[in-house]
Design a protein around this ligand. Structure first.
Ligand code: FAD
Length: 394
């Protein structure tokens, strides 16, 4: 069997790419290690930037999202016992959409497979890439139904298999540079079966450590608590979690937190990486496979979509009209936004974690940085532009 593009991984990047290719009648096959039920339920991100939603909308992929997502226009910082609202939509004319990643993935799978009859194979094992230094690459895998090895020949391979995938390892080691940054910090990522406790995202900047509140839906809320890297979620009883959230998100006039059962407790070791170049011959990496940003600034899913838009349009131009310019520029255009978001994540990380660093100098500069956001409209606007990704880096 032969197809134009094999896409490894059915996350936001791979599914968006698949939809762009199907809409242009480009043949493709998506290979996914997990089951459809699993990927449609896997909770992760929830914050989408307006340019990303418009990109999905232009490609006919945002109908449910626009009908169901919540629009957020401000965020709130709590520090030194006070609440400070930052009205980012007023400052930039753009806003965030809150739409849980599993809902977006569900929409994208339905559009690709059910509406357009796209080829997607779930539960595949042991995906391997071959012939990347030739004109005739191929991808092989173990088929879950028959247990047999299958091979798909293709023109291009899109590596959209996330941070733990296999396609990144197929880049030639001697030509690849991986830039890494480890924050040395853990976040306990929590999902509470409870309505949000605020109408916006809340960042608690506290000497005991960062705490975050992010609405996901009227019934489910994400919270984060800074913790030591590698901490065991078993150390965090529900009582301890809620006590710590109350303390770190506490502020004068803050409404009490709406508590509920905690349905997810995971410790994330906060680190970033960027792979350069993210292409080799017919292989193009997209999304977390090529670059990871810790969820500090809620950027990962947005970057995955950005890559899918660029790569999808470039592959359509190449396979439809023989125009290679988009593929040639893909890595550089992706990386401009990636590095911009990396820098913002690093800047924001200092705001989140500086006061709890135990270093009075860092605590002092962190608080100065925070106060500036609420005394200088220029500083607030600069923050808002980066928070919403409106700086035109694409
Ligand atoms: P993924 O979503 O990881 O998809 C990769 C797919 O490939 C998966 O389905 C996987 O099963 C499959 N796969 C892996 N290996 C193989 C293989 N060998 N063969 C076949 N298939 C394979 N981002 C935001 O923008 N906003 C947020 O608010 C936000 N919050 C987050 C909160 C948490 C707790 C976490 C963990 C992440 C968060 N992110 C956020 C990041 C976001 O979830 C990721 O950046 C996003 O999922 C990346 O999409 P992707 O398609 O590149 O990769």
């Amino acid at each position: 069997p032969r197809t134009a593009v094999v896409i490894v991984g059915a996350g936001p990047a791979g599914l968006t790419l698949g939809n762009i290719l199907r809409a242009a009648s480009v043949d493709c096959v998506v290979l996914e290690a997990e089951s459809r039920e699993f990927i449609e339920r896997r909770p992760r991100a929830g914050v989408l930037e307006e340019w990303a939603v418009r990109g999905l909308q232009r490609r006919g992929l945002a109908e449910n999202l626009l009908a169901r997502a919540e629009v957020h226009t401000e965020c709130e910082f709590r520090f030194e016992g006070r609440r400070h609202r930052l009205p980012y939509a007023e400052l930039t004319g753009q806003h965030h959409y809150v739409y849980p990643q599993p809902l977006l993935v569900t929409d994208l799978v339905r559009e690709y497979a059910d509406v357009h009859g796209g080829d997607i194979r779930f539960g595949v094992r042991d995906v391997r890439l071959h012939g990347l230094d030739t004109e005739h690459p191929s991808v092989s895998y173990d088929c879950p139904q028959t247990g047999q090895r299958r091979l798909v020949r293709c023109d291009f391979v899109a590596g959209c298999d996330g941070a733990r995938g296999v396609t990144r390892a197929a880049l030639p080691a001697e030509r690849v540079r991986v830039a890494r940054h480890d924050y040395g910090i853990g976040w306990l990522a929590l999902l509470a079966q409870a309505p949000p406790s605020s109408d916006c995202v809340v960042f608690g900047i506290h000497p005991r450590g960062f705490a975050g509140h992010m609405a996901r839906s009227p019934e489910v809320t994400r919270y984060y608590l800074q913790c030591p890297p590698g901490d065991d979620p078993g150390n965090w009883s529900d009582e301890r979690v809620w006590a710590e959230l109350r303390e770190r998100l506490g502020a004068a006039d803050a409404p009490p937190l709406t508590e509920g059962p905690l349905i997810e407790k995971r410790v994330l070791d906060m680190h970033n990486y960027v792979v350069e170049p993210q292409t080799a011959g017919p292989l193009f990496l997209a999304g977390d496979a090529a670059h990871l940003t810790a969820p500090i600034a809620a950027k990962g899913m947005n970057l995955a979509l950005h890559d899918a838009f660029l790569l999808g349009d470039a592959l359509v131009a190449r396979l439809g009209k023989g125009d290679t310019s988009g593929l040639g520029e893909y890595a550089a255009r992706s990386l401009r936004r990636v590095w911009d978001y990396q820098e913002f994540s690093q800047w924001l990380s200092e705001i989140y974690h500086g006061t709890a660093s135990g270093d009075p100098y860092r605590a002092g500069t962190t608080l100065a940085r925070l106060r500036r956001l609420f005394t200088s409209p220029t500083a607030a606007t600069a923050f808002a532009e980066q928070y919403l990704g409106t700086d035109g880096t694409s």
